[in-house]
Design a protein around this ligand. Structure first.
Ligand code: F6P
Length: 321
C-alpha cells in the first residue's frame, strides 16, 4: 500500500488515541502514507482526511477521547453512501482503511469492504466490551476502573447513612462492565440484561439481608440496559418492599479519562497488528483478543453475532451473600 486511512467511530473509548498512534507509527515506519479521517464515517463522507506524521501522534498515548473525533453516522447504513465514501478514499489515493470502534462501526466496515473491495481491518474500541469475537476491547478496563473509583466513594456515604444505592453503569444491552465492576466493588447485587432478575427477587433478597444482620446499606450495580430510566424505575418499584434506595447514574464519566496501562498496551498491540494484517493481505477482519493472544476474526462473524453473556456473572452470584 502507498497510503492508508485510520478513523475512530461510535462512542469514544479511552486508549483509542493509543491505537491511532500505533497504526500511524507502524505504517509510517513501513513507508506508507497515513491519513487521519476526522469525525468517523461522517468525516469520510465530507472528505475530512488529514495527512499524519509521526509527530502528529506525539503526546497522545496518555489522553482520553480521540484526537480524530468520533460520531455515530446514520447515513453510512445506506449502500450508496458507502460507495460515495469509497470514491472519496480513491480520490485521495487511500487504498485501505483501519476503523476503530464498536459493533456499529465494525458492521459498517464489513459492508463497506464487501461492497467496494477496499481492504479494511477493524479494531474493537468500546467501553462496553460487547463485541463478538474478542475477549477484550479498547477502553473497557479504563471504564471499569473509573466506575470502581466512583463506587468506592459511594460506599463510604452509603455506610455512614446506612443507605441502599442503585448505581447505574454503562453498557447498552450488555452486562460486562456491571459484572466486572460489581465483583470488584463487592456489590450486594449485580443486575444485567443478559440474566434479568425479577424485582420481587431483588426485594426479597434485600429483606433477607436485613433479617440475617447484613445491614441496610449496600450497593446494587445496575447495567443501563436498552431503555433509558431503568434504574429510576427500579428504585420506585423497590419502595413497595420498604426500600428507600438512592440512585446514582455514572454515565459518560466512564467514557473519559486517561487510559489504564492495560488499555494503552492492548491498543498499541492491536494497532501494530492491524497494519501487519493489512500488509499480509488480510481484509474484512477485526483484530480480536483470545485470552492474551491476538488473532484475526471475520467481520462477518462480528457484525452478525452476539457476544456470549459474561461468564464471570456466575462467580458474582456466589459472592452476593
Ligand atoms: O457504546 C458505548 C456507550 O457508552 C454505551 O455504553 C452507551 O449506552 C452509549 O455508548 C451512549 O451513547 P451516546 O454517548 O451516543 O449517548
Amino acid at each position: 500500500f502507498d497510503a492508508i486511512g485510520v478513523l475512530t467511530s461510535g462512542g469514544d473509548a479511552p486508549a483509542m488515541n493509543a491505537a491511532v498512534r500505533a497504526v500511524a507509527r507502524t505504517a509510517l515506519n513501513r513507508g506508507i502514507r497515513v491519513y487521519g479521517v476526522h469525525r468517523g464515517y461522517s468525516g469520510l463522507l465530507s472528505g475530512d482526511l488529514r495527512r499524519m506524521s509521526s509527530a502528529s501522534v506525539s503526546n497522545i498515548i496518555q489522553r482520553g477521547g480521540t484526537i480524530l473525533k468520533s460520531d455515530r453516522c446514520e447515513a453510512f447504513y445506506q449502500a450508496e453512501t458507502r460507495q460515495k465514501a469509497a470514491d472519496i478514499l480513491r480520490e485521495h489515493g487511500v487504498q485501505a482503511l483501519i476503523t476503530i470502534g464498536g459493533d456499529g462501526t465494525l458492521t459498517g466496515a464489513h459492508l463497506f469492504t464487501r461492497e467496494t473491495g477496499i481492504p479494511v481491518v477493524g479494531l474493537p474500541g468500546s467501553i462496553d466490551n460487547d463485541i463478538p469475537g474478542t475477549d477484550d476491547s479498547i477502553g473497557f478496563d479504563t471504564a471499569v476502573n473509573t466506575a470502581i473509583g466512583a463506587i468506592d466513594r459511594i460506599r463510604d456515604t452509603a455506610l455512614s447513612h446506612e443507605r441502599l444505592f442503585l448505581v447505574e453503569v454503562m453498557g447498552r444491552n450488555s452486562g460486562y462492565i456491571a459484572t466486572q465492576v460489581g465483583i470488584a466493588c463487592g456489590a450486594e447485587m449485580i443486575l444485567i440484561p443478559e440474566y434479568p432478575t425479577p424485582v420481587e427477587s431483588i426485594g426479597y433478597t434485600l429483606a433477607d439481608n436485613r433479617r440475617t444482620g447484613k445491614g441496610s446499606s449496600g450497593i446494587i450495580v445496575v447495567a443501563e440496559g436498552p431503555e433509558p430510566g431503568l434504574t429510576g424505575r427500579l428504585a420506585e418499584q423497590l419502595r413497595i418492599f420498604g426500600e428507600e434506595a438512592r440512585v446514582c447514574i455514572l454515565g459518560h464519566i466512564q467514557r473519559g479519562g486517561s487510559p489504564s496501562a492495560h488499555d494503552r498496551v492492548l491498543a498499541s498491540c492491536m494497532g501494530v497488528t492491524a497494519v501487519d494484517y493489512l500488509l499480509a493481505g488480510y481484509s474484512d477482519i477485526m483484530v480480536g483478543c483470545d485470552g492474551r493472544a491476538l488473532k484475526p476474526v471475520s467481520l462477518a462473524h462480528v457484525s452478525g453475532g452476539r457476544k456470549r453473556p459474561p461468564q464471570l456473572y456466575q462467580i458474582a452470584l456466589q459472592l452476593h451473600k
